[in-house]
Ligand binder design. Structure first.
Ligand SMILES: [Zn+2]
Length: 158
């Protein structure tokens, strides 16, 4: 197994009113010339967790971080008007939490964060501020939502 230091959360950047299935996502990634879907897990609006790439293989979801991470994506991330928005359904909330619990048990030292939290720290203040986000993905604060699943000691002093 690879060394896993990060569990990176994504959204598919599709509208909450629109369906974007696991199959469509996988096909779009294959069209880019990738060997498989870029994520390890894809959670559709109905809460179903679809298994993408095997965990033993690096994904293709966050440039520079694929080799030591796991990529989890939920269907959505844009509201009906196309604005960035946490569109997770109740079912997606439940299955994302259950999945992250499982991954935390297996990789207890991996940090759970959002794609946007890996944007470059332009002003070097040690925090990735909203103005520095390259994109909004996954449209929620992963380290706040899943603070109870972060490695021990990570959030001490915050
Ligand atoms: Zn992303």
């Amino acid at each position: 197994m690879r060394t896993i230091t990060l569990i990176i959360l994504h959204c598919s950047a599709t509208r909450s009113t629109q369906s974007y299935t696991f199959r469509q996502c996988r096909q779009d990634h294959l069209k880019r010339g990738w060997k498989d879907i870029g994520y390890h897990y894809y959670i559709t609006r109905d809460g179903q967790v679809h298994t993408g790439r095997p965990l033993s293989q690096p994904g293709a979801h966050c440039k520079g971080h694929n080799h030591h991470s796991i990529g989890v994506c939920y269907e959505g991330g844009l509201d009906a008007e196309g604005q960035a928005c946490d569109t997770r359904t109740r079912a997606q909330h439940q299955s994302m939490y259950a999945l992250l619990c499982r991954l935390h048990d297996r990789f207890p030292s991996a940090i759970i964060l959002g794609h946007r939290d890996l944007s470059p720290d332009l002003d070097g203040n040690g925090r990735i501020d909203p103005a520095e986000w390259l994109k909004q993905c996954p449209c929620f604060d992963a380290m706040v939502d899943y603070f109870d699943l972060e490695p021990e000691g990570l959030l001490e002093g915050k």
